[in-house]
Design a protein around this ligand. Structure first.
Ligand code: MN
Ligand code: MN
Length: 471
């Protein structure tokens, strides 16, 4: 039987349309042109992911892109006017970009904050050792990782070594096809009876995450630690560095994987470091594309979020408040009055509902791939501990901005109640007495060597930030 197309909708169907939230798949709620724009936006996003695996690399990318767009390095002694674009590079590990608004800071500033560090394996200060004729690097993991995910994944070495004379040596090995790569080894299943019967936290501990870096001795001399010597000799030849130079280095092992389209329909991107480059990149692009805003906008790409935001390049630092103070002073305003009137989108990822692990989520309040940017009213754990929880008033404002701009968005909690939890940098800005809510991209396999996002959601996060900046 064929249903007549002209059949009138029932009263209940009409009332449902009016009263219920629209939960239709986001892909059918946008037109083909919008979808094409999303795909195009994500092409350069993939380049960004490949170039910016660490916070330092993200800052290099951001400075270059900002300069091309007319941003200049901020000088607190200079005066700026509406439309001027400036940036502050904080120790090459965090960056702030501001576009001066028509009203300057008088009505507060608009903040977009995201983080550019991602979980990884950092080298210890004394990393190189030899055991049973194999040379290895000791690592200390950075951020919340499931340790079992990191063995047998090809790894690349990224970072800098700074010699005692202050000269800096950038290092990147393992990204090009011709480069060697590295890996953490794992035990073969044949001999893993004991390992496989252990709980995961015991089977893989931090001191297992040793990276294999060499196996041939320096020469035929019967010296001890000759394989280690060989590795140090290669590093000396290539970079002029000694073992003790590792003491003044920021070196990281990251997955040697390129960002790539995922799925037969190419609707998703699989890559290392989506958390939180997937919000940092849209925030950077929104700052670059922003014309002259009403209020001054500040985009912060920060470091150290994955380890609690402590330190001078993390959001617990005063660098943002100090910058706002400089801008406020130039306008004859008090910082506290500017901050109290300021609003912020804390752009960070949320956990996308994963049907394979459905029991970790509460389906009504989870975020989903392809439903657009996800607003997370609060994060935290154990009864909303350690989260700022955006007010009803501020949520209403943000909803209105997004709806007026036709941005596809959804809401989501971080997993089911008492399933675990987490936090973002929203609360640090809230503690400065500004209004904040989290908005970002839903991610599958968060913190794994390869994370997954939807292209449509990435683009909608850009559109959300842009609309917020220009509103
Ligand atoms: Mn994050
Ligand atoms: Mn994270």
């Amino acid at each position: 039987m064929i249903m007549s197309e002209s059949k009138e909708k029932s009263k209940a169907a009409l009332m449902k349309e009016k009263l219920f939230m629209n939960r239709k798949n986001g892909c059918v709620r946008v037109d083909a042109e919008e979808m094409k724009k999303a795909d195009e936006f994500c092409e350069e996003y993939k380049n960004f992911l490949n170039q910016a695996k660490t916070e330092r690399e993200a800052v290099i990318y951001a400075v270059e892109a900002a300069k091309i767009a007319g941003f200049t390095e901020y000088d607190y002694r200079k005066s700026y006017s509406a439309g001027d674009k400036v940036y502050v590079n904080n120790r090459n590990k965090a960056i702030m970009l501001a576009v001066i608004g028509k009203n300057g800071t008088h009505n507060g500033v608009r903040l977009g904050i995201a983080h550019i560090d991602s979980p990884r394996l950092d080298l210890k200060p004394v990393p190189v050792y030899e055991k049973n004729a194999l040379a290895m690097f000791k690592t200390h993991y950075y951020g919340g990782i499931k340790k079992y995910q990191w063995p047998t994944v090809p790894l690349a070495l990224h970072g800098v070594v700074v010699r005692k004379d202050g000269t800096s040596v950038p290092i990147e090995i393992g990204e090009s096809e011709n480069d060697p790569c590295f890996c953490v080894t794992d035990l073969l299943p044949h001999l893993a009876n004991e390992q496989m019967s252990q709980v995961m936290t015991k089977a893989f501990n931090g001191e297992h995450l040793n990276v294999l870096v060499g196996s041939r001795p320096f020469n035929e001399d019967e010296e001890s630690e000759s394989v280690k010597l060989h590795i140090l000799h290669i590093l000396f030849e290539k970079y002029g560095i000694l073992e003790e130079d590792f003491l003044s280095a920021d070196l990281h092992m990251v997955p040697a994987l390129r960002a790539r389209d995922l799925g037969l329909d190419r609707s998703m991107i699989g890559a290392y470091g989506h958390d939180d480059k997937v919000c940092a990149y849209p925030a950077l692009m929104a700052a670059i594309d922003a014309d002259v805003p009403e209020s001054t906008i500040i985009t912060v790409l920060t470091d150290r979020e994955e380890i609690g935001s402590d330190g001078n390049t993390g959001m617990k630092s005063t660098f943002l408040a100090d910058f706002v103070a400089d801008l406020a002073q130039a306008d004859g305003e008090q910082t506290r009055h500017v901050l109290a009137k300021s609003t912020c989108l804390s752009a960070d990822v949320n956990a996308a509902f994963d049907p394979t692990y459905a029991s970790a989520f509460e389906a009504n309040n989870a975020s989903y791939l392809n439903q657009g940017a996800v607003i997370t009213k609060y994060t935290g754990s154990g009864g909303k501990y350690s989260t700022s929880d955006a007010s009803a008033e501020y949520m209403a404002k943000v909803r209105a901005i997004l709806d007026d701009a036709g941005v596809l968005w959804q809401t989501g909690e971080l997993g089911k109640v008492d399933g675990g939890g987490g936090g973002t940098i929203a609360k640090f800005v809230a503690n400065l007495n500004a209004d904040v809510v989290d908005l970002g991209v839903p991610v599958l396999s968060m913190h794994a060597p390869m994370e997954v996002v939807s292209k449509l959601d990435v683009y909608m996060t850009y559109r959300a930030l842009y609309a917020f900046y220009m509103a």
